[in-house]
Write a protein that binds this ligand. Structure first.
Ligand code: PLP
Length: 407
């Protein structure tokens, strides 16, 4: 999956989707190993180095699983992992339901709302947000984002709620930075719409104290490239009342004829016991890893403090930081930066690109100029939890030098 993302998005192909997926790229994907391409080996400092527990740390869980011959379907390891995630990141009112990925979790949350859609989706996000809506059998409507905090634009939201007849709104927390969108959520709920928050790369920082209002779902990813990584996996936090509907949506909605409130149908989006085993081993490792990621980002913030031609978050504790996002003044500067960083071995990716408004067959509500502009100018800088001090210093200073040189 990572390679697909790399060869389509980092390669500068725009307007892609299935139509733009060229034969050359298809051939490249079939070739093993992927020599000479973006991927492990090409860069001295790749954009992401996953930080997962070693097999010996989860082996005892796997042995217990094998003894029981219970490998999936919300088994004991999965339940224990959900309890652990709930204690670490949830509140007493909430349930935590795991999924095979965040994308599956998003689709399940959409189905568990019990509303048919259409679904408003912000244009500035990772394509999984759009894919999850389509996989849930709902119609996405793409809406522009705010220039300052990169999330759904309030004025567009207001107009689209009535104008597009939306019954569900998806919010995305850009790069795992959760803004305070209480007022926007309130607006949706008052208009009778349910809310699904795609906070895929945000698992790990403290969530809000009161828990989620009813009809608001928050979804996280535990993909290998995310800060809280288990390989593949997702987690949905929601009010306890939605527990059954979420599990039903993730397990073929087998019993939905018994419960008129449940989702009308479902699919297979369950987490396996194998992944839950990795998750159980990851839980105690995560606190120190989070701290190292935030220290890494604090170094970037320090190094770039004087650059007022760049936009980037200034609080290191805002997110667990899959990457550190920096908005450059122009696309030409982005290209110079990517090239200069690459020359010193640092992989810089462009992310949330292209804007969903440019995706094939995507219906939009009004123009998405802000998202299209952000997508042209956004770069993400590498962040590590598993680097030695010298390596962390090398990555942050080389990156900052390349960035200064490109401006
Ligand atoms: C990573 C990511 C996803 C996809 O998560 P998976 O677990 O790989 O399905 C969805 N949305 C956003 C914003 C992401 O960053």
């Amino acid at each position: 999956m990572q390679r697909v993302i790399r060869s389509t998005f980092s390669g500068g192909v725009v307007g892609l989707g299935s139509h733009g997926f060229r034969e050359k790229e298809r051939q490249a994907l079939l070739r093993e190993p992927h020599e000479g391409e973006a991927g492990p080996g090409r860069y001295r400092y790749p954009s992401v180095v996953p930080d997962l527990p070693a097999p010996r740390e989860y082996l005892p869980f796997l042995e217990a699983m094998h003894e029981r011959r219970w490998y999936s379907n919300f088994g004991p390891l999965t339940r224990r992992f959900e309890t652990g995630l709930g204690e670490a990141f949830g509140t007493a009112e909430e349930t935590c339901v795991t999924a095979s990925s965040a994308t599956a979790g998003l689709s399940a949350a959409l189905l568990a709302t019990g509303r048919p859609g259409p679904v408003l989706v912000p244009a500035f996000t990772f394509p999984a947000s759009l894919g999850a809506v389509r996989a849930a059998g709902m119609i996405p409507i793409i809406v522009d984002v705010d220039r300052r905090d990169w999330t759904l634009r309030r004025d567009c939201l207001e107009r689209a709620l009535s104008g597009a007849g939306a019954t569900v709104v998806m919010f995305v927390t850009p790069f795992g930075m959760r803004p305070n969108f209480d007022a926007e959520i309130d607006l949706c709920l008052r208009a009778g719409a349910a809310v699904v928050i795609d906070n895929a790369s945000g698992l790990g920082v403290r969530r809000f104290a009161d828990g989620l209002p009813r009809d608001v779902f928050e979804v996280f990813s535990m993909h290998a490239t995310k800060p809280f990584a288990i390989g593949e996996g997702g987690a949905v936090f929601a009010h306890r009342d939605h527990d059954e509907a979420l599990r039903a949506a993730l397990a073929f909605a087998l019993a939905s004829h018994l419960s008129p409130d449940g989702p009308r149908w479902g699919f297979n989006g369950k987490m396996s016991e194998f992944h839950a085993a990795v998750g159980l081993a990851q839980l105690p490792r995560f606190g120190p890893a989070l701290q190292r990621r935030q220290e890494f980002v604090a170094r970037y913030i320090d190094l770039l403090a004087n650059r007022d031609d760049l936009e980037f978050p200034r609080e290191a504790d805002r997110a667990p930081w899959q990457f550190f996002p920096v908005l450059l003044p122009s696309e030409a500067a982005v290209e110079r930066f990517v090239t200069a960083a690459s020359a010193v071995g640092v992989e810089i990716r462009r992310y949330y690109r292209p804007s969903l408004s440019l995706w094939p067959d995507a219906a939009t509500f009004g123009p998405c100029d802000v998202a299209e502009d952000l997508a042209d100018r956004m770069c993400v800088l590498p962040v590590r939890s598993n680097a030695e001090r010298e390596e962390a210093e090398a990555i942050t200073t080389l990156t900052a030098e390349a960035l200064n040189g490109a401006l």
